[in-house]
Design a protein around this ligand. Sequence first.
Ligand SMILES: C[S@@+](CC[C@H](N)C(=O)[O-])C[C@H]1O[C@@H](n2cnc3c(N)ncnc32)[C@H](O)[C@@H]1O
Length: 302
Amino acid sequence: MTKNPYKGPDSFTVRAKREGYPARSVFKLEEIDRRVKLFRNGQRVLDLGAAPGSWSLYAAQRIGKTGRLLAMDLKPLDTVLPIHATFSQGDALSITNEQLALYAPYDVIVSDMAPATTGNRNADQARSFELYMRALAVAEALLAPGGHFVGKIFMGEDFSAAKQATKTAFKEERTIRPEGTRSVSYEVFLIGLQRKVDGKATITEAKPLAPLPEVAPVEELPAVDAPVDAPVAPIHDRDAPPRKIAGGTPRTAAPVPGGRAVPGGRAGAPAPKGRTATKHATKSSATAVPAKVHGARKRSVL
Ligand SMILES: C[S@@+](CC[C@H](N)C(=O)[O-])C[C@H]1O[C@@H](n2cnc3c(N)ncnc32)[C@H](O)[C@@H]1O
C-alpha cells in the first residue's frame, strides 16, 4: 500500500504547531514574503481563502496594529485573530468586490484559495484556475496602484493564461513554488508585483480607518484566600449588581456587507466556554502575534 503523503505531520507541520500557527502553509507565505518583500508595517491586506488562519496570523503580524487585514473564507475561522484583523465568511466566487472592500484600496491581496480536490486532476485544475482568476479580478479592482498580489493555482493547461493575465496587470510577474510545498502537490504561486495604474480599479481613494475599539486592560483576578468553611453566598442574588467581567469588552461584528464579520475574532463558531474575556483579546499589537499568544489564553473570568 502506498503511503498517503498528506497524512501525518511532517517537519513543517510540527514547526507550525510549535510556533502557534494552525497550518504548515504559513511557511509558504513566509518564503514568498522573504523573496519578494510583500509586507510592511501599516499596510492594508486582503486574505482570500484564509481558513484555518495561518496566512492571516502571519500577515497581521507583519503589518502591525496600524495595518488592517480582512480575511475571508467559505468556512468559518476557528482561529482568534488580532484585533486589527477582521474575518468574513463567504464565497469568493459570488461575493461582490464592494463586499470585499472593507479596507480597500489594499496594498497586498493574497489568495491561497483551493478547491476541495476530487481526484480528477483536470476538474481540480479547472476549479483552481477559476478561483485564481477570481482572486486576480478582485486584485485588479481593489489593489492600490503599486500594490502586490499572490495567488495559488494548480499547474495545468490554463496555467499560461493565468500567468499572462498576471503579467498584463502587474509591472513584474514571478512564479514561486515554495519549499514548504509537498512534493506531490502541483500547486504554484503566481506573484504580481506593482499593480499597474489603469482604469480598472474601482476604489482608488483610501477611506480613513476607524480606530480600533478601546479595550480595558485585564485585571488580575483576586486571589481566593477565604477559608474553606466561610459562608457560601447564594448562587442567584437577584438584587446584586451585575458582575463585571474583567477586560470583557465583547467583540462585535464589523459592518462587512454580505458577510459575517468578526474583528479580531472568529466567525461561525460559538465561543468555547471560559473564553469570554482573555488577556489576548485586549492585546492587539503585532508583538502579540504569532503563536501561543494567538491562541487566546483560556481563563475563565466567572
Ligand atoms: C489551503 S486552504 C488555505 C490555508 C490558509 N491560507 C492558511 O494559511 O491557513 C484553502 C482555503 O480556500 C478556501 N476556499 C475554497 N474555495 C473558496 C471560495 N470559493 N471562496 C472562499 N474560500 C474558498 C477553502 O475553504 C480553504 O479554507
